[in-house]
Design a protein around this ligand. Structure first.
Ligand SMILES: NC(=O)c1ccc[n+]([C@@H]2O[C@H](COP(=O)([O-])OP(=O)(O)OC[C@H]3O[C@@H](n4cnc5c(N)ncnc54)[C@H](OP(=O)(O)O)[C@@H]3O)[C@@H](O)[C@H]2O)c1
Length: 211
């Protein structure tokens, strides 16, 4: 698949490396395609991709991933061109700059805002786990859960496969409006990591009984 990733930072870079290793072609959309950051991001792809403008990355992509800071999200999406009907993974969290809370929540979510901006088939995913753990998802024999939600079943099936390819167990968390629940989970992960002494070696796991 051709995968466009808007933002080649912690999240975008990690996802790009993992998916390139699984045979996908990765096109990072970056502010400066000729800069050092872009060159470094591409080095991790083993020849399976490039760093280009957002519009060039998104053109003809099977799926577009939004992996920028929330404050840059609208601009990054606009620079990608017309995304109506495109399968779009929203990995953002609308964090306050000091990480003390969410800028959007309860009655609205970043994912719904992304859908409103673009008309894309948005699936929320990859937002509930620190990117340092992408690809390192075994916790003493238990697999970290990768929660996702969205309104388009075909888009969700595709994203579920992409989540599995990063080593997480995909967990369907329902419609896109449930991003209102997944985004605060990220804040809990961050608070445990930064303020409660948990560090970065923890992940969410949903326990289920068969009956
Ligand atoms: N870090 C995590 O563990 C984690 C986990 C889950 C979800 N998230 C969420 O995922 C998003 C990305 O986080 P991150 O940690 O990967 O951030 P990051 O390391 O700061 O990476 C963001 C990247 O986006 C680039 N960027 C800025 N404006 C852009 C534009 N208009 N078009 C394309 N790229 C642009 C930045 O480039 P420049 O540096 O050149 O500006 C930077 O390389 C955030 O919303 C975050 O809340 C983070």
């Amino acid at each position: 698949m051709k995968i466009a990733i808007l933002g080649a930072g912690n999240v975008g870079g990690a996802l790009g490396r993992l998916w390139a290793a699984r045979g996908h072609d990765i096109f990072f959309g970056v502010p400066d395609p000729n800069g050092d950051k872009a060159r470094k991001a591409v080095q991790g792809l083993g020849g399976r991709g490039n760093a280009v403008t957002n519009a060039a990355a998104a053109a003809g992509a099977n799926v577009v991933v939004l992996a920028v800071r929330w404050g840059a999200a609208e601009q990054a999406l606009r620079a990608a061109g017309d995304l109506k009907g495109t399968i779009l993974i929203d990995a953002t969290n609308p964090l306050a700059p000091d990480l003390s809370g969410l800028l959007i929540g309860n009655t609205w979510s970043a994912a719904e805002q992304v859908e409103a901006w673009t008309g894309a088939k948005v699936v929320k995913a990859f937002n509930t786990l620190g990117s340092v753990l992408f690809g390192i998802t075994d916790f003493d024999g238990m697999q970290a859960d990768g929660f996702y939600c969205g309104d388009d079943e075909i888009a969700k099936a595709l994203v579920s496969n992409l989540i599995a390819e990063t080593g997480m167990l995909p967990v369907d968390a329902g419609p896109l409006r449930n991003a209102r629940l997944l985004e605060p989970m990220a804040l809990l992960w961050i608070d445990l990591a930064n303020n409660r002494g948990w560090g970065r070696n923890h992940a969410f796991k949903l326990l289920r009984r068969k009956f």
